[in-house]
Design a protein around this ligand. Structure first.
Ligand SMILES: Cc1ncc(COP(=O)(O)O)c(C=O)c1O
Length: 456
């Protein structure tokens, strides 16, 4: 039932709210769906329609919507105190509890300390700045450059935008930070080198090696990458790539920052994405799944090697002059403590692996009959459906033509929310999915692509 309040929401959204990742005039013409309720892997919109949440909020509602345990933890903390600063001199109990938990969960990666923030973009910015500070403390102040992969997404602050590998996010905001270099992504489906994963991995590693030599290793602070590239189209690198990258960076002493904002806490089928490749990064950027979106929270985790630059003694250069008002926010940390308990108690990484396999298997026939679908790929519960204008050349569809949006609208008619992003449809449902929920996504998206064939 549409109430007076509902009409107020519709009218005022178009009038007052600027939405990210869309032109304001297109947003006015195609108003966003107003989501009013969530329960488990379902959400309900303002018109009372219920959908399977195929994108898990924004790949973050990993434990599902409306979890009593998380809500109880937040309200219990509010009964004590909602906020107090974690800057020098004070802190709060839930932030201490969370720091111990995050370090315990990342012990396999030899992580030593965590610095909290409010978002994934903050977690990236923190990692970039602390890696520069690390090298200054180590007596190599020229190491200020960053390397990353094309198609990579590292948030939207100036540092993150400068290392982002997609021009969509860059071109309106330049000039960006100097000394940031992007190399080709190890993307088996679309690359000029080889379709053989091992050959491709070797070609990209060689490219990185040459770029390091060209600039001089003494100028590069860190390499930042996602273990599986998410927003760029769910690009799963060859299994050799991450171990070879780690070995190459070790040769030159360059830090490896794993941007685990999407992959952290189970989404790709292992607790951390880098762990899935058998690699220990020097830093990890965490957000999204740490609180499953109940309250915003970011975290940057540093290993023993990085921390050793600070623990040698009190160097004036070592003051951590980087932090946010929201650093260690008591409500975010309380939400995270409850969320991570669910992640462990319910073994969500294992469920993500099993349900992800089911999802990919259920969609793998799409390229055989859909004129749009070139490839279905993914790992765990991060799945991309790659849409092409030409199957032979694999030329991606022009996102401006709205085909992805059309497929997403058809899927909504079938009761499933999916995310059109560039030339991909992205699926990233809660990690609590069961077989029934996964089958509903498969069915809804399959029908949506069939409908596209009928009307195209
Ligand atoms: C890999 C990665 N890094 C960083 C970010 C930025 O996180 P946030 O949007 O919370 O700032 C994202 C967001 O999607 C991401 O996917």
């Amino acid at each position: 039932m549409v109430t007076k309040d509902d009409n107020f929401l519709r009218e005022n959204n178009a009038r007052h709210q600027l939405h990210p990742m869309i032109h304001p005039l297109i947003s006015e013409e195609h108003p966003p769906q107003i989501i009013v309720k969530g329960d488990g892997y379902y959400v309900t919109d303002i018109d009372g329609n219920t959908f399977v949440d195929g994108i898990g909020g924004l790949w973050n509602v990993n434990v599902g919507h409306n979890r009593a345990e998380v809500k109880a933890a937040i309200t219990a903390q509010m009964d004590e105190i909602s906020y107090y600063s974690s800057f020098a001199g004070t802190t709060t109990a839930p932030s201490i509890e969370l720091s111990a938990k995050v370090i315990e969960m990342s012990a396999q990666e030899d992580m030593s300390k965590v610095l909290f923030s409010a978002n994934g973009s903050d977690a990236v910015e923190t990692a970039l700045k602390l890696s520069r500070q690390y090298w200054k403390l180590e007596g190599q102040p020229e190491r200020t450059g960053f390397m990353s992969l094309k198609q990579g997404y590292h948030g939207i602050q100036f540092g993150g935008t400068s290392v982002n590998g997609s021009s969509y996010y860059r071109h309106a905001y330049g000039p960006l930070m100097p000394g940031c270099y992007q190399v080709d992504s190890p993307w088996t489906y679309r690359n000029p080198y080889s379709e053989d994963p091992s050959e491709l991995s070797a070609a990209i590693i060689n490219q990185i090696d040459r770029l390091i030599q060209h600039n001089g290793a003494h100028t590069i602070a860190a390499f930042i990458a996602e273990p599986i590239q998410g927003a760029g189209g769910v690009i799963v690198p060859p299994s050799e790539f991450w171990p070879a990258l780690r070995a190459l960076l070790d040769k030159y002493g360059i830090l490896l920052i794993s941007d685990e904002v999407v992959t952290g806490f189970g989404r790709s089928g292992s607790m951390f994405g880098a762990r899935g490749w058998g690699v220990k990064p020097d830093m990890m950027c965490l957000a999204k799944g740490i609180t499953a979106g109940y309250i915003p929270l970011g975290a940057t985790v540093l290993n023993e090697r990085v921390m050793s630059a600070w623990t040698k003694g009190v160097d004036p250069m070592g003051f951590v002059m980087h932090g946010y008002t929201a650093t260690g926010h008591a409500l975010g940390c309380a939400a995270a403590n409850a969320t991570l308990k669910i992640v462990e108690d319910e073994n969500l990484p294992a469920n993500a692996a099993a349900m992800g396999d089911r999802l990919i298997k259920g969609l793998e026939d799409l390229p055989n009959w859909s004129s749009l679908v070139g490839e279905v790929r993914g790992k765990g519960l991060m799945v991309g459906v790659d849409m092409v204008a030409d199957k032979a050349t694999r030329e991606p569809i022009d996102p401006g033509k709205g085909q992805g949006e059309m497929v997403a609208a058809f899927a909504r008619e079938e009761g499933v929310i999916v995310r059109p992003a560039g030339s991909n449809i992205i699926l990233s449902p809660p990690l609590t999915m069961d077989a029934d929920g996964v089958d509903k996504i498969i069915d809804g998206l399959t029908k949506a692509f069939r409908k596209y064939e009928e009307v195209k």
